[in-house]
Design a protein around this ligand. Sequence first.
Ligand SMILES: [Zn+2]
Length: 329
Amino acid sequence: MTMLESSHTSTDIQSKAANGAASEILLADIGGSHIRLGRLRQGQDCELIATLPTPTQDWTLFSTVLSEAARPFMSSASALSISIAGLVAPETGQVTAANIPCLASRPLAQDLQSLLGLPVVVTNDADCAALAEARVGAGRGHEVVFCAILGTGVGGGLVVKQRLVRGAGGLTGEWGHGPVVNEAPVQTSDGRSVPLPRFACGCGLSGCVDTVGGARGLERLHSFLHQTRRTSRQILEAWLDAEPAAVATVGVYVERVSGPLALVVNVTGASVVPVCGGLSRCPELITVLDLAVRKQILRKSDQALLVPSQLNDQAGLIGAAYAAEAFFQ
Ligand SMILES: [Zn+2]
């Protein structure tokens, strides 16, 4: 029998699932670079067990690395709950993770369940972040929480009354895609006034918020306006130092991202928008984006609506723990 053949019956797994609510849950936060493995024991905080490089090209290696890391903790675990940087189709369980091609169209939960003999839950990382921020982070106490991810790209998740909204195709909260970016002219540093192009997006459309709203998008805007390449961190540092080129870039960024986000707030009725991802580590950026969004929403409030994540790197593991709780209760 190879590593990939199942040695566990569905009865084994159902019996583990039936006991799930009472015991320990293994957690994995899987990104394109690293797998963070953790566990949650009843009445305790999430504990980080290990951080491993993610094998991205080879399924056998991926599943072996994950199962070997989890093995010492499996006898006491009732389930494995995974937060993954990819889409999870609720109808089929198939995962699409651009940065982890070896998982392409694989029903990850089902395959790992057969391999490990544990019930496995797989949830999109933005959804996990939304769940975690809504339950114990920046969205705590709010009935409708929209969590905006401004990381490498743009994503999001919606939590209503503490429950994750899981829509068709697992795509709820994906405000990063759709041809909506305002093409009104922008001023380039060589004095031209030109329409903002509809940049091509990885989803196949053009003009998506994802093309200008994440770290790569901020860099793309800066490059377009000033014909020079800088990292998002350099742009934000220069902006904080009031360097004119960076001030212009961030001005366009806030203008073009705030409109679509205001629409999301109007549609969802969110009373708080925790912002996760790398750009949320610049609280000054979140503050100016918050002011711009609040000027464009129907519900007027003098309270901050966009707030930086309170959980940061922990949001994936914590959200995965809550996703498993929802599955087993
Ligand atoms: Zn797109």
